[in-house]
Ligand binder design. Structure first.
Ligand SMILES: Cc1cc2nc3c(=O)[nH]c(=O)nc-3n(C[C@H](O)[C@H](O)[C@H](O)COP(=O)(O)OP(=O)(O)OC[C@H]3O[C@@H](n4cnc5c(N)ncnc54)[C@H](O)[C@@H]3O)c2cc1C
Ligand code: HEM
Length: 420
């Protein structure tokens, strides 16, 4: 799909003006839409991300990036659209809601640009909006047709403390359908003030089991406590039922037999655990370099599980960095560099086998990908705080890994979207 020649000329000419005003437009758009439709903020949008401004920046960045790709002939930014469509599908966004968004977005454009919002300008940007919306609606329709629709009741069958601030919940949905390792579900919870808030949690277990598992870090410190993570930690116990979506998400285990780098920091380990669990369960011999960075061993959720999953994979190597190893006895018990360790691991077919893998002793400090051995032709999946991923990505690019082979998941609105 392409813009008409008239719209292309107008959009190209007004991109700098719209680009400069897009944050104001996004702010006005959300303010007016939520003033008239408060239920959207209470029940659909993430009000934490509205309060901290991240979602506004992500929406503005995505429209500007899409428009500039259309007029500069750069090709449709598929990765960006796939991420948005997956997020929308996990939230149950419907095609008729695009008309609501269009109305408030164009009201905001007219308000912010004033006289500069001539009929030609509005018409040209309306074309951009509907090209983008049409693509998203079509992608979401395919996703809806391939997955279970609506909110599913998932019974909590287990709850485990994985680290001082991190709890995992094992869930039994009505039919734990197939998912791709790395995908997430949305969880909708009722809050004390009557609002329903939705958050995404990566599935931290492998597919093909009769249950799903999520692992939730409680958000606290540096601002108001996180609403949903605090509620899940404080109130949800085995026997409770959570409303969850079907699995969605575009950061998935790269198919094939090629070498992998799976790098995570902190709670970003969750999709990586699912990928490793799948590789272990299918007896994979792929070359896999696993990197994990955390504050300290005691704060590293699923530390032993990560170790055991790597031990199940003959082609895997595990590198860990901790900012602080003080007072930890486990670090001293780590095997020497290059030593192969044995562990009881779940093998294909559900039995338990012994396997070995290379586990490099823990390092102190921040993860540094410039110093580890990496296989040629790897595909990288990164997940963790944005500064960690930025640094990892820069180090990989410096080592010759093409940007197109580096995939990542941001645990919030993706402020990188506009720059990819
Ligand atoms: C694809 C994806 C996968 C994810 N997977 C996981 C996972 O596996 N495990 C996991 O733990 N998390 C995961 N997350 C993150 C998760 O979805 C939530 O974002 C996280 O749990 C925080 O939600 P919350 O409701 O507790 O915090 P929120 O209430 O949403 O708060 C978020 C932040 O906004 C700040 N904030 C809130 N109000 C204000 C205000 N008025 N002013 C300034 N700042 C404010 C809070 O202090 C906090 O820092 C994932 C996210 C995505 C998008
Ligand atoms: C062309 C139109 C639209 C564009 C360009 C767009 C863009 C985006 C972007 C960039 C994100 C952030 C994705 C991420 O990084 O996680 C997002 C999330 C979201 N979108 Fe849209 N969107 C559009 C239409 C809609 C519509 C019609 C709705 C429904 C009313 C909607 C509801 C949401 C919600 C609820 C989120 C998650 C917000 C959050 O978690 O803070 N969007 N959208």
């Amino acid at each position: 799909m392409v813009l008409s020649p008239e719209a292309t000329a107008t959009v190209r000419a007004t991109l700098p003006v719209i680009g400069a005003a897009i944050d104001d437009i996004a702010a006005r758009f959300y303010d007016t839409m939520f003033a008239d439709n408060p239920e959207l903020l209470r029940n659909l949008f993430n009000r934490g991300n509205q309060a901290n401004g991240e979602q506004r920046a992500a929406l503005a960045g995505s429209i500007a990036a899409y428009a500039s790709s259309l007029v500069n002939g750069a090709g449709v930014p598929h990765a960006m659209l796939a991420r948005i469509a997956n997020k929308h599908a996990s939230l149950g966004v419907t095609s008729d809601q695009y008309t609501v968004v269009q109305r408030y977005l164009f009201g905001a454009i007219a308000h912010v640009l004033g006289d500069a919002a001539t009929p030609d300008v509005v018409r040209a940007w309306d074309e951009v909006y509907w090209l983008m919306a049409g693509t998203l609606i079509a992608m979401e329709a395919v996703m809806y047709s391939e997955s279970e629709q609506g909110w599913l009741p998932a019974t909590v069958v287990d709850r485990r403390q994985e680290a001082p601030d991190t709890v995992s919940f094992t869930l039994r949905p009505p039919s734990p359908g197939a998912f791709r390792p790395g995908q997430y579900i949305s969880v909708a919870v009722p809050l004390a003030d009557g609002a329903r808030q939705i958050r995404q949690y990566s599935l931290s277990s492998a597919p093909g089991r009769d249950h799903w598992r999520i692992t939730v870090k409680r958000v606290s410190g540096g601002g108001p406590d996180g609403e949903v993570s605090s509620m899940l930690h404080a109130s949800v116990r085995p026997g409770d039922v959570l409303s969850v979506s079907a699995p969605f998400g575009d950061l998935v285990l790269p198919p094939g037999d090629g070498p992998l780098l799976l790098a995570s920091a902190g709670i970003g380990v969750t999709p990586i655990l699912s990928m490793l669990g799948h590789l272990a369960a299918t007896g994979s011999t792929r070359r896999v370099v696993v990197v994990h960075a955390d504050r300290a061993p005691a704060h590293h959720a699923h530390r032993e599980e990560l170790h055991d999953l790597v031990a199940a994979l003959p082609g895997a190597t595990l590198h860990r960095w901790y900012e602080d190893t003080d007072g930890c006895s486990c670090a001293c018990a780590e095997p020497a560099l290059g030593e192969r360790v044995e562990a009881a691991v779940p093998a294909a077919g559900g039995s338990t086998g012994r396997a070995s893998a290379q586990v490099v002793p823990v390092r102190v400090g921040r993860a540094d990908l410039s110093e580890i051995e990496l296989p040629e032709g790897l595909t990288a999946c990164l997940c963790g705080p944005v500064p960690f991923m930025r640094e990892a990505r820069a180090q990989l690019i410096a080592r010759g890994v093409p940007a197109s082979d580096i995939h990542y998941e941001v645990f919030g609105p993706d402020l990188w979207l506009g720059r990819d």
